[in-house]
Design a protein around this ligand. Structure first.
Ligand SMILES: [Zn+2]
Length: 180
């Protein structure tokens, strides 16, 4: 992702699409124009099994196990799927937190490099897996899943392309923690 995030500019945040690897090398034009793939079911309570695969679980696990990665933000439905699918060592689940949006990409927050005194990282986090029903109660509440429509309906948005930045990422950057 290209712009908009203060912490992107110092290299602490990155957005990664969950779109499957294309079967060919993409041209520059293809890359600008391709759309991200929605991973979450229309009722937003779980992933869409037609698009979210065991490969996604492994990508998120490998990213979370990187020592330099402090946190990864995903949609609550994706976190729920990871809780269900994770086998063996589950300690990496603690790094993966639900957040608004993030239903077609995940958001990586890196740790501050050692000795970077100007760098404001996030406070250390609990080691809890965050897989209890109580961890999801807020995210799957009616108010979050079905927010009241605004009085003036916004124009429908075209699908996200690489040339745009998702607004939900800005909220991640301003949040002290991903827990409500
Ligand atoms: Zn993001």
């Amino acid at each position: 992702a290209l712009s908009g995030h203060a912490s992107h500019q110092i290299g602490l945040d990155a957005d990664v699409w969950l779109t499957p690897m294309p079967d060919r090398r993409l041209s520059r034009e293809d890359r600008e124009d391709m759309s991200a793939v929605m991973m979450v079911r229309p009722d937003r309570l779980d992933i869409d099994p037609k698009v979210f695969t065991p490969g996604h679980v492994l990508v998120l696990r490998d990213a979370a196990q990187e020592p330099g990665v402090q946190r990864i933000f995903v949609n609550a439905a994706i976190k729920k799927a990871l809780c269900r699918e994770a086998k063996g060592d589950r300690s990496w689940l603690a790094k993966i937190r639900p957040w608004w949006g993030h239903d077609y990409h995940f958001h990586i927050r890196m740790r501050c490099p050692a000795g970077a005194t100007e760098c404001e990282g996030q406070p250390s986090q609990s080691e809890d897996e965050g897989c209890n029903p109580s961890d999801f109660a807020f995210w799957f509440s009616d108010a979050v899943l079905h927010p009241k429509p605004p009085l003036i309906p916004p124009k429908p948005k075209p699908p996200m392309t690489l040339a745009q930045m998702p607004a939900a990422c800005k909220a991640v950057l301003n949040a002290p923690d991903a827990k409500p």
